[in-house]
Ligand binder design. Structure first.
Ligand SMILES: [Ca+2]
Ligand SMILES: [Ca+2]
Length: 92
């Protein structure tokens, strides 16, 4: 069973293991540097987070649905921070 929590956890692990800061991760996956993550860019992130290919499309849609606060169908830095801060237990 793949819950939203376990998916966010995998994203958190990816960020922690491969990037010094969440901002660096965001910039890495923002391939066209427009400061927003498209669905395609999120799918790539999910791939690197080892989310199963079968559910990446659905998960990326759910993440946009859940965290796109301004309704532009993109995840900007503020929205990304909100998503990952949800599972981050403490700030270091
Ligand atoms: Ca982008
Ligand atoms: Ca947005």
């Amino acid at each position: 069973m793949t819950t939203e929590e376990s998916i966010l956890n995998k994203i958190q692990i990816l960020i922690t293991n491969h990037f010094q800061t969440p901002e660096m991760a965001f910039n890495f996956f923002d391939k066209d540097n427009d400061q927003k993550l498209t669905k395609a860019e999120i799918v790539k992130l999910l791939k690197d987070a080892e989310i199963s290919g079968f559910i990446r499309g659905i998960v990326s849609s759910k993440l946009i649905e859940g965290y796109d606060n301004n309704g532009d169908d993109l995840i900007d830095w503020e929205e990304f921070k909100t998503a990952i801060s949800k599972i981050k237990k403490s700030d270091s």
